[in-house]
Design a protein around this ligand. Structure first.
Ligand code: TRP
Length: 460
C-alpha cells in the first residue's frame, strides 16, 4: 500500500503497521479515559489515534456546537467495515454533534465510472437505510450529494489555489501518469470536509471526521490547506505562552495594513491589532503585548489548552473582515477488522466480510470458513490455548457483535486457556451475529420508505 511510506487511499491493500503510521504522520493516541461515555470502539483501543480530538471533547464539556462529518462511496454493498465509522458518528451525535453525510457521487463517477443516478440509488438503499437502522437521529442528520451541492464544488475550486502538484506528489505519490480524476477527487473531499463551517451550513465550529487510516492523506491535505487560508496564526512561543501572528497574503494585504509588501500602513495595522487584542482580552487574558509593525501579539499567560478558544476568536474576526475563517478538521482513526479470509475486506470479494443484509445462512457459512486461532488438534488446543490475535470469530465479536466488555473478556480468557474450542468460539460469534443482523433488519424495515427524513433539502 505504501511507496516511500505513503498511504494510498485507492489501494486494495492496507497497512496495519499502526505504530509506524502514528509516528510518521504525527497522530496522537486516543486515551479512552479522557472521553465522556467512551464507546465500545474507544474502550477496546479500536479507535486508536486522532488529530485535535481534544477540541471537540472540550465542546462536549462546554456545550459549544461542533459537528461530525463522514462520506460514503455509493458503489457496492455496505458491509461491517463501513459500519465502524457510523458507530462513531452515532457516538459523536449522542455527545451533541450535528451530523453531515457526504454521498461521494462525484468521486464515484470520476474514479469508478458510477453514473450519478445509480450512485443515488445505491447510497439510499444500501447506506442511508442502514445508517438509519444503526440509530442515527434524523432530526440532526443531513445527507447530501456532492453533485448537488454547489458550495462543496466551489470550495474544491477555490481551495485548489492553496495547493499544487508537488504537494499532491508528496502526499499521494502522484506523477505524470496519474489520472486526473484522482487529482480532482481529493479536492472535492476537501470541500466536503470544510463546507459545514460555511454560514449556510451551520457556521464556524469544529468538525470532526472519523476515518480509517487510509483516508488520512485527505485530512492532512485539508488541514494544510485550511491553515494556509488563515489570516491569523496562533502558535506556541519558545518562552512560554502563545503568539498570534498575522499571515499577510495577496488576498488580505490591504485589510491587514500592508498594501504593498514590506510597507506597513500603521494606521490600519493598529486598528486590526487592537480589534484582535480586544477579543483576546474579552476571553480573560489581560496580559497581552502587541507589536503592530511585526504583526504579532504575545499572550504569555496562555497555554496550549487555550489555543483553540483563541483560534476560534481569531477566525470569527477573520470572517468579519472578509476571510473564510476555517478551523482545520479534527479526526479520529480506527484499526481495520481483518477480512474473514485474511485479506482486506472488500465489497467485491463477498467472502472477505459480512454484508449488512447477509442472510443468516450466508453469514454462518462465512464464519465457519473464517481463519481461526485454534490449535490443529483438540488435545493441543486444551494444552496450548487459542490465539485471539489470529482468530477472526474473536475479532468480529470484539469489533462488532459483543457489546459487553465483561463477556468479551471471559471469552478471551476461556479461549486462551484452552477451555473454549475454536468451533465453540465460532458458534458464539454466529449466535451474536445472528442477533445483530436480525435486529438491524427489523430496524431497516421500520425505516423503509422514510429515509427522506435524513436527507438535506438539496438532496430531496
Ligand atoms: N473518499 C471516501 C471513500 O473512499 C469517501 C468520502 C468522500 C469521504 N468525502 C468524504 C470520507 C469526506 C470522509 C469525509 O470512502
Amino acid at each position: 500500500m505504501e511507496k516511500a511510506g505513503r498511504i494510498d487511499p485507492w489501494s486494495s491493500e492496507q497497512s496495519t503497521d499502526y505504530a509506524r503510521i502514528v509516528s510518521q504522520f504525527g497522530l496522537s493516541s486516543v486515551d479512552p479515559d479522557s472521553l465522556p461515555n467512551p464507546g465500545m470502539l474507544h474502550r477496546r483501543g479500536i479507535v486508536f489515534a486522532h488529530r485535535d480530538l481534544d477540541v471537540v471533547v472540550d465542546c462536549m464539556g462546554t456545550g459549544d456546537p461542533f459537528g461530525v462529518l463522514t462520506g460514503l462511496m455509493p458503489s457496492g454493498r455496505m458491509h461491517l467495515g463501513h459500519s465502524m465509522v457510523i458507530e462513531q458518528v452515532r457516538w459523536f451525535q449522542e455527545q451533541g454533534a450535528d451530523v453531515t453525510v457526504a454521498v461521494a457521487d462525484l468521486e464515484a463517477l470520476a474514479t469508478r465510472g458510477t453514473p450519478i443516478s445509480r450512485g443515488r440509488e445505491t447510497a439510499l438503499r444500501e447506506y442511508v437505510l442502514n445508517y438509519a437502522a444503526m440509530g442515527l437521529d434524523p432530526d440532526n442528520t443531513n445527507v447530501y450529494f456532492q453533485s448537488s451541492r454547489p458550495t462543496v464544488q466551489r470550495l474544491a475550486f477555490t481551495l485548489g489555489q492553496r495547493t499544487n502538484l508537488s504537494e499532491f506528489e508528496a502526499i499521494y505519490g502522484f506523477n505524470g501518469e496519474s489520472n486526473l480524476a484522482h487529482v480532482q477527487a481529493p479536492l472535492v473531499q476537501v470541500g466536503d470536509i470544510v463546507h459545514p463551517q460555511m454560514e449556510e451550513f451551520g457556521g464556524l465550529r469544529p468538525i470532526v471526521v472519523p476515518v480509517g487510516v487510509d483516508q488520512d492523506p485527505h485530512l492532512r491535505l485539508t488541514r494544510d490547506i485550511t491553515q494556509k487560508t488563515n489570516w491569523f496564526n496562533v502558535k506556541q512561543r519558545k518562552s512560554g505562552g502563545l503568539t498570534v501572528a498575522l499571515s499577510v497574503q495577496d488576498c488580505n494585504k490591504s485589510e491587514l495594513g500592508e498594501p504593498e509588501s514590506g510597507k506597513v500602513d500603521m494606521n490600519s495595522r493598529t486598528n486590526v491589532i487592537s480589534s484582535l487584542v480586544g477579543s483576546i482580552k474579552e476571553i480573560g487574558f489581560s496580559d497581552v503585548k502587541s507589536n503592530p509593525k511585526h504583526g504579532t501579539i504575545d499572550i504569555p499567560g496562555a497555554t496550549i489548552a487555550d489555543r483553540s478558544r483563541i483560534r476560534m476568536k481569531m477566525l470569527a474576526i477573520e470572517r468579519k473582515m472578509g476571510g473564510m475563517g476555517l478551523f482545520p478538521p479534527c479526526s479520529t482513526y480506527h484499526r481495520f477488522a481483518v477480512g474473514m479470509t485474511g485479506e482486506k475486506m472488500s465489497s467485491s470479494k463477498p467472502e472477505t466480510t459480512i454484508f449488512m443484509d447477509d442472510d443468516i445462512e450466508v453469514m454462518t457459512k462465512k464464519v465457519k470458513r473464517a481463519i481461526s486461532g485454534g490449535q490443529p488438534t483438540v488435545e493441543e488446543h486444551r494444552r496450548l490455548g487459542g490465539n485471539v490475535a489470529k482468530d477472526v470469530a474473536f475479532q468480529y465479536l470484539q469489533f462488532f457483535f459483543e457489546k459487553d466488555d465483561g463477556a468479551l473478556d471471559e471469552i478471551q480468557r476461556d479461549y486462551e486457556s484452552g477451555r473454549l474450542l475454536a468451533g465453540e468460539l465460532k458458534q458464539l460469534c454466529i449466535d451474536n451475529a445472528t442477533e445483530w443482523l436480525n435486529e438491524l433488519k427489523e430496524k431497516r424495515g421500520q425505516w423503509e420508505g422514510r429515509i427522506n427524513e435524513f436527507l438535506a433539502p438539496d438532496a430531496l
